[in-house]
Design a protein around this ligand. Structure first.
Ligand code: BG6
Length: 539
């Protein structure tokens, strides 16, 4: 496949040419995806020409996620014609050697295999810039190089900085961008944005410090903090489901909902990330961000508009309505666990303490179950149960809205009672939404059985969903911050998670390992919900 519109030197120059080219790209995108049904569904927007600077370009995240997502955007003509990427890294490479490495990663990690010609064109847009983050000269050279690129490629001073480095390097890189003035948006001189990967801090204090450092250089509107869960198709659909349909919202409150369960189960262990995970644990790794984000999308009020700040204001209100857990509350409502040896998917799995780069006496939690309360008018008295863990029996992320039972049992003579209604939103895998209700069993008697209505993305749309990184990177390029977390939002989430991890510091040593790999977590997790007369949904 060829992309004549992207050949340098043939770029359209007048507005009309630009419009025609964009329309062509949109049509081509629909064709490339091989799905004519997509045509007309959404008018694709193409970002301004710009240079993207990727810090930490040689790291695992860049290879597995960032480059494959960019290549897919390129392949479907969603990147501008005048787009260039500067890969900033410490290791020595020349452009050719670096492109060859990326080519291999694309083969390994791309969601859709790239046509060789498309891959070649994509790789041509990438240049490598070697430098140490502490080296002023490397950043001075970068600034000069970016100016040169503006002249050669018509990138108009627009720049997207992407921090995929170790978190400890974030302040250093941000400081360097400030020192060289690369953050400055001068009138008519192009936009400057910065994307920051997670983890954003490791507790409330460090998150505040990092926000301060970033805020010394960039305005909040220039900052895009990534939580990749927000880019997932099913998570984005949560808002459409709630606010694009009339029938669910009237039931979405304490009057009809008994409780909410949010589960993020992973069958994998910590893989090769032992040293990272030792410093992190489940609470910091996925609960402070992914699970609290899901909770705020489920619990928030409808925003007045779909603008980024209107949306984020509502999410922040939810997080602020969750009382900061006291030590006694953590002891009552949070259960931590760590996996020991066991079996997952028919294969023997080692215990966490035997994993690579893990302390044999580690007290890091690989599982957390907790009960939270959202103290506002809509949710007062409705518990939100959250659980997340590694080495559970399967990979499944799900939000279950458990409705209250009927007020009066009319069918007393039925052999079985119908279970209360339930709405299960499957975030992944097998993405879809299921509604459970009671139905009469056909026949002369009056037996009732629980049945389900099930919507699955696969059969309804017959198309692959984009990877979360494709969605998020494209949004940052377009200047749409709706799916990124704001400074106050990250801090509000840490206000809930920090007391949990802190309260464990000076308490007694945990009885780890306390669940076998391949089980649904420690027994205390079942007890946590059962003491309220409820049980975890079997997924
Ligand atoms: C990451 C965590 O944020 O999310 C990982 O650091 C976890 O530990 C991953 O495995 C899960 O992401 P996904 O998209 O596979 O659910």
């Amino acid at each position: 496949m060829t992309r004549p519109a992207n050949v340098p030197g043939t770029a359209p120059r007048t507005m009309r040419e630009l419009r025609i080219a964009r329309e062509g790209k949109r049509r081509a995108a629909a064709k490339v995806d091989g799905n004519p049904l997509r045509e007309g569904l959404r008018l694709e927007r193409v970002p301004d020409p710009h240079v993207m600077v990727l810090f930490g370009a040689t790291g695992d995240l860049s290879h597995r996620k960032v480059f494959p997502a960019l290549a897919q955007l390129w392949r479907t003509n969603l990147l501008p014609q005048d787009w260039m990427l500067v890969a900033f890294g410490r290791r020595p490479y020349d452009d050719e050697a670096f492109r060859a490495e990326i080519g291999k990663s694309l083969d390994q990690w791309s969601r859709v295999k790239l046509e060789p010609e498309v891959a070649r064109q994509f790789l041509e847009r990438i240049t490598y810039h070697q430098g140490d983050f502490a080296d002023d000269a490397a950043f001075d050279r970068l600034a000069a190089r970016l100016d040169e690129m503006d002249r050669e490629h018509g990138t108009s001073g627009h720049r997207l900085f992407y921090l995929a480095t170790q978190p400890s390097a974030f302040p250093l890189v941000v400081g360097q961008l400030g020192r060289t003035g690369l953050d400055h948006e001068v009138h008519g001189g192009g936009w400057r944005r910065i994307v920051i990967e997670k983890p954003f801090g490791r507790d409330l204090d460090s998150a505040k410090r990092l926000n301060r450092e970033v805020g010394k250089v960039f305005r909040e509107s220039q900052v895009y903090r990534i939580d990749h869960y927000l880019g997932k198709e099913t998570v984005r659909n949560l808002m459409v489901f709630r606010f694009g349909n009339g029938i669910f919202e009237p039931l979405w409150n304490r009057r009809y909902v008994d409780h909410v369960q949010i589960t993020m189960a992973e069958s994998i262990g910590v893989e090769e990330r032992g040293s990272f995970y030792e410093e992190t644990g489940a609470t910091r790794d996925v609960v402070q961000n992914h699970l609290l984000q899901l909770l705020s999308l489920v619990a928030m009020e409808p925003p007045a508009t779909f603008e980024a700040d209107a949306l984020r204001d509502e999410k922040v209100k939810v997080l602020r309505a969750i009382p900061e857990p006291t030590r006694a509350e953590v002891a009552r409502s949070a259960v931590r666990g760590q996996y020991g040896p066991g079996w997952v998917g028919g294969e023997a799995a080692k215990g966490y303490r035997e994993e690579h780069e893990v302390d044999p006496e580690s007290e890091t939690e690989t599982f957390l179950a907790t009960r939270l309360q959202v103290d506002d008018w809509r949710w007062s008295g409705v518990p939100f149960y959250l659980r997340a863990g590694k080495r559970l029996p399967k990979r499944a992320t799900e939000i279950a809205i458990q409705f209250k039972d009927v007020p009066h049992r009319l069918f007393e003579r039925a052999a079985t009672d119908p279970e209360p209604n339930l709405l299960a939103i499957r975030i992944q895998p097998d993405e879809g939404i299921l509604l459970r209700f009671g139905s009469k069993v056909p026949g002369l008697g009056l037996d009732i059985r629980t049945v389900t209505m099930d919507f699955t993305y696969g059969s309804a749309f017959n198309t692959d969903s984009p990877d979360a990184y494709e969605t998020l990177i494209l949004d940052a390029m377009l200047g749409d911050a709706s799916l990124f977390t704001r400074a106050d939002e990250v801090e509000a989430a840490w206000t809930i998670a920090t007391p949990v991890v802190d309260s464990w510091l000076d308490g007694p040593a945990p009885d780890f390992p306390n669940y076998a790999a391949g089980s649904w977590g420690p027994e205390a997790s079942d007890a946590l919900i059962e003491q309220d007369g409820r049980h975890w949904r079997r997924i």
